[in-house]
Design a protein around this ligand. Structure first.
Ligand code: SF4
Length: 333
């Protein structure tokens, strides 16, 4: 299983899965932050973005993610002030320029984006901003690996760990997982040769019956990771349970804002507790994100679910598995 949706897209784009012998099957993992952001949080984003005094800021990928009713684009079409930013620090600038408005940043992502989002909270605190908050949807890779490996439906015999996540976190967290589940884990990059190298190292470890963590992305990743970035994360966030879209609750799989920075937590600032999400009954994205099924096995794929009319987030995101199959492998159906 390649953890990251960016790796899935590289695999499909370059046809790497078709170069492999039939004994090796790649299954696609949950590492697409847009895809796993819970429907509940998307609905909360839609509610907050619809408030008259709010400027809602987000990475562009989130604007087309379907909530129970509509998406952030439809909120913008109805008059909501929804803006695409490329960094939470852009949202901080908007907050400084618009003191009479509430500025909310949709802080999604795995460990990769957490340091920047944490920095924005610390910066807002240090300059005394009172009109900035973050709707946090951070998720962590190791608890998801535990959930996948302990599932009775598990098919995964080796992991390609996500190189960018490991750039921040290192790979020390994966060592106990490799030992506990008897599974090799190889830290892998995103270029086609990186991915092929990760697969080769994984197969070699399997053949040698070695259940260890190896690093195939040494030009970027170290065992310890980026210690200052980890400190910023620890200062701002604490572990919490998190719902993953299509998968459900995974204990301790998220990061939430610490109580001392509660004033920057959008869920605390806006009354969003009683939102009840309604997911499409056709969408099997949860099974795809757990590596149990492939997009071709979804009855809605390509018929009623397309990038123009997505039923699930995995068809929207530039890292989503359904979008990768639609874009690069649609003629294989
Ligand atoms: S093709 Fe669409 S409906 Fe099917 S799993 Fe993917 S996102 Fe969900």
């Amino acid at each position: 299983m390649e953890i990251c949706g960016g790796q899935t897209h590289a695999i499909m784009r370059y046809g790497l899965d078709q170069l492999l012998p039939p004994e090796i099957e790649l299954v696609h993992g949950p590492g697409c932050p847009v895809c796993v952001t819970s429907l509940e949080l998307v609905d909360k984003a839609l509610f907050i973005a619809s408030q008259p005094n709010v400027i809602f800021t987000s990475y562009g990928d989130m604007l087309r993610v379907p909530g129970s009713e509509g998406d952030l684009f439809s909120v913008r079409a109805s008059g909501g002030d929804v803006r695409v930013v490329y960094s939470p620090l852009d949202a901080i600038k908007i907050a400084q320029q618009n003191p009479a408005k509430e500025i909310v940043f949709f802080g999604i992502g795995f460990e990769t984006t957490a340091p920047a989002n944490a920095m924005s909270v610390l910066q807002a605190d240090s300059i005394g901003l009172t009109n900035y908050s973050v709707l946090v949807s951070h998720v962590r890779v190791p608890p998801a690996m535990h959930a996948i490996l302990s599932s009775p439906n598990n098919r995964v015999q080796g992991f390609l760990a996500a190189g960018h996540v490991c750039t921040v976190m290192g790979y020390w967290e994966y060592v106990p997982i490799a030992i506990q589940y008897h599974i090799p884990i190889v830290v892998t990059g995103f270029e086609p040769v990186d991915i092929l190298r990760g697969i080769l190292m994984n197969v070699q470890l399997l053949e040698q019956q070695k259940f260890e963590v190896e690093n195939a992305y040494t030009r970027v990743v170290t065992y310890e990771g980026n210690i200052p970035a980890q400190k910023v994360i620890q200062q701002t966030f604490m572990e919490c349970d998190r719902k993953w879209r299509g998968i459900g609750n995974i204990p301790s799989s998220g990061w939430c804002i610490r109580p001392e920075y509660k004033t920057f937590d959008a869920e605390n600032r806006f009354q969003v507790d009683d939102i009840q999400p309604v997911e499409s009954e056709l969408c099997i994205a949860g099974e795809i994100l757990l590596g149990v099924k492939k997009p071709f096995q979804c009855s809605a794929f390509k018929s009623i679910c397309t990038p123009e009319n997505p039923l699930g987030a995995t068809m929207v995101s530039s890292e989503g598995a359904c979008a990768a199959y639609y874009r690069y492998a649609i003629d294989r159906v």
